[in-house]
Unconditional design. Structure first.
Length: 88
């Protein structure tokens, strides 16, 4: 009798944003997780991000500027304080 063997080494990973399965062709890896390319967006402004070109806070992606800097950066920098002035 013939036996059919199924080999499932790895389960499909789920996108941390939408919780749906991520297939190889649509996968982008960032923050140690596999995402759907359209799901890797800034949590604040919803801008689509590229792997490695963004900031992270508590496991969530943010664009470096302006969102991450405004939300989590030093409060005086770029906010009208003395630190925000540029000398030429």
């Amino acid at each position: 009798s013939a036996h059919i063997y199924t080999h499932n080494c790895s389960k499909m990973v789920k996108c941390p944003k939408c919780q749906k399965e991520v297939y190889f062709a649509e996968r982008v890896t960032s923050l140690g997780k596999d995402w759907h390319r359209p799901c890797l967006k800034c949590e604040k402004c919803n801008k689509t991000l590229s792997a490695g070109s963004h900031a992270e806070h508590e496991g969530k992606p943010y664009c470096n500027n302006p969102c991450y800097a405004a939300m989590f950066g030093p409060k005086g920098f770029g906010r009208g304080g003395a630190e925000s002035h540029t000398f030429k």
